[in-house]
Design a protein around this ligand. Structure first.
Ligand code: 8DG
Ligand code: CA
Ligand code: CA
Length: 501
């Protein structure tokens, strides 16, 4: 069978890596206790009744003695009051300050302004009611536009899952520069800096306007001094010298080259660099022992480095669907990852497969792969190699630090004349976990990371690609759709094409 792919490719060789999602397991570690502790001034450590609400009282204009009195009052009534602004603050309460003034204060403190900015009336009414009231518009502090070009009508969340990020990036000049810094941090194994640059870049991607002057950044969270300096350099000179120098840096160039080989991580790339290797040619000529993945990654390097197009992804979908439906005609095959978010190109193609009758999907991938491997005129699948699938976001889940592991197998494709090697991620999920798997495998990675961080910090819930566990009610929350998951988390629904954080 010939597939109408790019001119060069008349057939597709598929590089398959697959992961089987396990059945929902009974959880041993129930996670956090039902209510969080709160330090009640001079009194003993008490349990906050309304632990989901975290109040931060702005001292400015309120004064320290009134602030301390109000803090004690709230704690006595079972509210959690934080002394400092942090991620667990949900309500910033201020008296006689404008929203802009509060935002500026918060920006100086930590850059966190995800919380609702409310007037003291919300606080006094909630105290009167003996419970946290819903925030109504009349409680909210008004935030004016930050600058002429920066219409920040509402506070911008530091959480990607509370922002709408389309592919229309109006600040690519800055985000490309920050991406280089983020990549470099990753190549230096500095996760903190990597995240800081990635978050800053992601926030800029979500802005509905182009930043044209430094004032446009007012009220934007997650922008540290370093990021602001990069933006300022670009605004003034059109380039950022630090970034330009990095791009020319030999270690950066070499490690980027080596880590772009499938199966090669930073540690290996760095080792090769220290051994004096610089180019793929040198690597190929060296006697260095490669793992199976690395060998295949190097063999198909020239193919895999070329982004997969949407047309190619569609052709692969037909192949995968054909194979799946041979064994399970009613199975659902869903394109996920970047293509589901509307991207035109990807580094691989991701599919999620399920069947309405729970359990039917078990063993399906092995049948599918084996069958496809036999269809050498359609796809050319080679060399199954099983390994544990470690969820890269597992630490964001935070229930006892235990990662959900999936069974995973990587398959490589033979490259013959006119074939193109493409990486494909195949995942199956039991029907009951489908919505969670769909959300988890659609990305972007930062969007997923922030969903989990948000769930943990604000809802005391543990989100994964399998489930959502409520640590207070100590139960799993079921969801048939992504919309239901957002609702469980108390978040506005964000469609896939706005998850390009
Ligand atoms: P691209 O291919 O277009 O370049 O980007 P993408 O489609 O957004 O990225 P991706 O690397 O293909 O990943 C898509 C999503 O899949 C990502 O948001 C997180 C999720 N994901 C992995 N690996 C794993 C894993 O091993 N386990 C789980 N549970 N999720 C994973 O990428
Ligand atoms: Ca992908
Ligand atoms: Ca993938």
């Amino acid at each position: 069978m010939t597939l109408g792919l790019a001119a060069k490719a008349s057939r597709v060789a598929v590089w398959l890596s697959m992961a089987l999602l396990p059945q929902k397991k009974k959880r041993k570690d129930p996670g956090l206790p039902g209510a969080s502790h709160s330090w009640a001034g001079d009194g003993p450590l008490t349990l906050a009744k309304f632990s989901e609400v975290g109040i931060f009282l702005v001292e400015r204009k309120m004064g320290s003695s009134r602030r301390s009195f109000l803090s004690q009052l709230a704690r006595k009534k079972g509210f959690r009051v934080e002394e400092r602004m942090s991620e667990s603050v949900t309500h910033v309460v201020s008296e006689n300050n404008s929203g802009d003034e509060v935002l500026e204060l918060l920006d100086k403190q930590s850059g966190i302004c995800r919380a609702a900015l409310v007037d003291i009336t919300w606080f006094t009414e909630s105290m009167g009611a003996g419970k946290p009231l819903e925030v109504e518009n009349r409680h909210r502090l008004q935030v004016k536009t930050a600058a002429d070009g920066g219409p920040i009508g509402i506070p911008i969340s530091q959480y990607a899952c509370q922002r709408r990020t389309t592919l229309d990036n109006k600040n690519s000049l800055f985000t490309e520069a920050l991406k280089v810094l983020a990549e470099n941090a990753q190549l230096c194994e500095n996760e903190g800096r990597y995240l800081a640059f990635t978050r800053a870049s992601s926030i800029l991607k979500s802005l509905p306007y182009s930043v044209t002057k430094i004032d446009d950044l007012q009220g934007i969270p997650s922008l540290g001094e370093h990021c602001k300096k990069v933006i300022q350099d670009i605004l003034e000179d059109g380039i950022c010298r630090e970034v330009e120098e990095l791009i020319q840096n030999e270690r950066y160039q070499t490690l980027k080259r080596f880590t772009s080989i499938f199966g090669v991580g930073v540690k290996t790339a760095d080792k090769w660099y220290r051994e004096g290797l610089r180019t793929l040619h040198e690597l190929r000529a060296s006697k260095i022992l490669l793992t199976k993945e690395q060998g295949a990654g190097l063999l198909y390097y020239e193919d895999l480095i070329v982004p997969v197009t949407r047309t190619e992804a569609d052709s692969i979908r037909k192949i995968v669907e054909g194979a799946v439906h041979r064994f399970l005609p009613a199975a659902v095959v869903k394109l996920t990852g970047g293509f589901r978010r509307g991207k035109e190109y990807g580094h691989d193609v991701d599919f999620l497969i399920t069947h309405q009758e729970e359990g039917k999907e078990q063993g399906l991938l092995y049948q599918v792969i084996n069958w496809m491997a036999a269809q050498k005129d359609v796809v050319n699948v080679l060399r199954p190699n099983t390994a544990g699938d470690h969820d890269p976001l597992a630490k964001e889940i935070g229930h006892g630090g235990r990662a959900e592991t999936c069974e995973r197998a990587t398959y490589a494709a033979v490259k013959v004349k006119d074939w193109k090697a493409v990486r494909v991620d195949l995942v199956t999920a039991p029907f009951g976990q489908y919505a969670y798997a769909l959300l988890g495998w659609t990305g972007s990675q930062l969007f997923e990371r922030d969903l989990r961080r948000y769930a943990k910090h604000f809802k005391h819930m543990s989100l994964s690609s399998h489930s959502l566990f409520d640590n207070e009610q100590k139960k799993f929350l079921s969801a048939a759709t992504e919309e239901e998951i957002f609702a469980h988390l108390g978040l506005d629904y964000i469609p896939p094409e706005e998850r390009n954080a």
